[in-house]
Design a protein around this ligand. Sequence first.
Ligand SMILES: [Zn+2]
Length: 173
Amino acid sequence: MPDRQIAGGSNNTISLRKWNWPLTKTYNGFTPQERVRGWQVSHWLQATGQLIDPKQNACRCSICGSPKNVAYHNENYYAPWTAKLVCKSCHYLIHTRFRNGYALVALVKRAARRAEATWVLSLSNQKIDLAGKLRAENGEDVRNFPSLTTSSCPFPFDELYSLKLDIRTPLMN
Ligand SMILES: [Zn+2]
């Protein structure tokens, strides 16, 4: 028996979570639909034991070190396995930094002297189109998580949120 097995066994497909909330705004050029898909993949990776579940493990914010309300923040929704663990307070500052000039300053202060927080130094308070850049570099198929075809657990591609659905009223950043 291996010490650690992938939840559900290697031949069982684990369903993707359904997004039951209003769609978010675009971030880093990723559409609301792409952000939902990234969220689905992140939860699937957690359910299959390939990504730490911050609700089930003692995780700390990669920026300030707080152990409270830690969740994943994605910069790249085409690779949600690269998401950073952040607390709710730092997460709020990340997503409000375009309209709150102090937010990025506060984040950089919190990140001071923490090696795992250096990724914060690459954030800008100007919006970027990372999604468009990644599609230009890797092709449109990067939207459909091609690397997951080699996953140890079959990935339910047919359950991914549609990229074609109409954008509803954006409520969150
Ligand atoms: Zn924090």
